[in-house]
Design a protein around this ligand. Structure first.
Ligand SMILES: [Zn+2]
Ligand SMILES: [Zn+2]
Length: 504
């Protein structure tokens, strides 16, 4: 059974009309492929719930009412003036969006739309400004001592005497540099460093925010969250997960959601370690350049307690092959497990009538280097006809899409030895070797199928030794080895190969 279905079944035991799956992040930096693991973990459980016939919602909450903490690398120092404001109130340093938060939000929204991950995006700023959590703010303030007790259990230094579970953004300067006094009921008084002060009713003034460790469980209670996985950063002993569970139960009287931990994501074959502050992170858009939509989704169906290594190196081939395999398993063209079938069902973007005929990523790596981009489908079609393979329009369309990813990969990440082109180099050959080349040329002139051509090449190699392959590769691509020779010859074009051989 796939883990998404396991969790869905666990969630269903909570016995409700409708189940809530939640995810969220502070949009204060690039949302990278590591962050996306949370989104996909939640998303697949949400999909499983629906598959099991349950009503479910997938909420994605933007913590855009969090304070702007520091100016990131590469952004003008003058942005220090905004520190302490909600990230949704800080202008966009790059000038292309309404706010600093929107700059990061919009990119992810776009990416998830492409990937057909249909979350309901909700802005915490909007919620707080509408005083949505006024009741929970009151509960938290009234039970402040109990909250402090819970948090202090895990702290070396206890929280300060006057600690409160909220921050208040000043109405004048928009910053949270405010000193607070809770007056009871829904009232509080604040004095800001800027000199402004006011007495407010937080059912009417949406400037009060619960601090993260209280905000999280408050939200669980408010929406009735049933599932929310999180990463290692929240799951350390006494981390925000541990305290959220206690605060949820003891302060908000709510049974916390099922919340497994997922492992990290690493990039393989990319230079440098992924780090938001360094700016060398991979985004979903980066993945989408070299992976098909379904394959990006596929990466995230791996077991959540294992690290995912997203390959940018030759392992790209393996991911594509694995995907092609589960596709075949799904269509009963190959044997596999129920879990394989389910993985495919979770990641596919389309419901094909029959199993698509795929061209492997590795084969496309040399095809795209020899076939013209303009009439690629047509050329592919011709090549496959020589192999007695007939591809449908749809198959060709899929091959074309995959070829696009392959081109990007070759351009950006492929190791040098993958890059090939028809060689023009002069190579010294012995008389005997020249004879062999002539023999191959004469075979090429017969109108053989690719299979028969490969047989003929083997026949020649039996007569003259395996060196004929090495010589051919050397002449054609200047390397001692390459893809299956008949395939390579057809990718280059038999006429061109004959011409090249004539030079010797
Ligand atoms: Zn922008
Ligand atoms: Zn102020």
């Amino acid at each position: 059974m796939h883990w998404a279905d396991n969790f869905a079944e666990e969630v269903i035991k909570r016995n409700k009309e409708e189940f809530i799956v939640e995810s969220g992040i502070t949009p204060s930096g690039i949302v990278h492929v590591g962050n996306a693991r949370e989104i996909f973990t939640q998303y697949f459980v949400y999909e499983s719930l629906k598959k099991l016939g349950k009503k479910a919602r997938f909420l994605y909450i933007w913590d855009d009412f969090d304070r702007f903490r520091k100016v990131p690398k590469g952004v003008d120092k003058k942005f220090e003036a905004y520190i302490g404001m909600p990230v949704s109130k800080v202008p966009d340093p790059w000038g292309c969006h309404e706010s600093y938060a929107d700059h990061f939000k919009s990119k992810l929204v776009e990416e998830l739309k492409k990937l057909k991950v249909d979350a309901e995006f909700i802005s915490a700023t909007e919620l707080y400004e509408k005083c949505t959590f006024a009741e929970n703010i009151k509960i938290a303030l009234e039970k402040n001592e109990k909250i402090k007790e819970i948090l202090n259990k895990f702290r070396k230094e206890p929280l300060e005497e006057d600690w409160l579970p909220i921050r208040v953004y000043c109405e004048k300067c928009l910053k949270d540099t405010t000193k607070l006094k809770y007056l009871g009921n829904y009232e509080l008084k604040y004095t800001c460093d800027c000199g402004h002060e006011n007495k407010i009713d937080f059912r009417e003034k949406g400037i009060v925010k619960l601090k993260w460790r209280v905000d999280w469980p408050s939200r669980w209670q408010y929406y009735g969250v049933d599932f929310e996985s999180s990463g290692k950063d929240h799951k350390s002993y006494g981390g925000s997960w541990d305290t959220a569970v206690l605060i949820s139960k003891e302060i908000f009287n709510y049974e916390p959601p099922i919340g497994p931990m997922y492992e990290h994501i690493f990039l393989k074959g990319q230079k440098g370690k992924m780090s938001s502050s360094e700016g060398n992170v991979a985004t979903l858009s980066d993945l989408l350049e070299i992976f098909e939509l379904a394959i990006v989704r596929f990466l995230y169906t791996q077991r959540i307690n294992k690290a995912i290594f997203v390959p940018f190196d030759m392992d790209v081939y393996n991911i594509y092959n694995e995907f092609d395999k589960i596709e075949k398993i799904y269509y009963a063209m190959e044997k596999g497990t129920e879990e394989d079938r389910r993985r495919y069902e979770l990641v596919r973007m389309e419901n094909y009538k029959k199993c698509p005929q795929r061209i492997s990523f590795s084969e496309l790596t040399f095809l795209v280097q020899f076939l013209p981009k303009e009439n690629f489908s047509e050329k592919i079609s011709e090549i496959l006809e020589q192999r007695d393979v007939k591809m449908s329009e749809k198959d060709l369309e899929l091959a074309e899409l995959r070829a696009e990813k392959v081109r990007n990969w070759i351009e950006k990440y492929a190791p040098e030895d993958v890059k090939i082109k028809l060689s023009t180099e002069k190579i010294p050959l012995s008389e005997a070797e020249k004879e062999i080349i002539k023999e191959i040329s004469s075979v090429l002139k017969k109108d053989l199928s690719t299979e028969d051509l490969q047989h003929e090449l083997f026949r020649i190699s039996k007569k003259h030794g395996k060196a004929i392959f090495k010589i051919s590769y050397k002449i054609l691509i200047g390397k001692p080895q390459g893809p299956k020779l008949a395939y390579l010859i057809d990718a280059i074009g038999r006429k061109k190969v004959i011409e090249r051989f004539k030079e010797f």
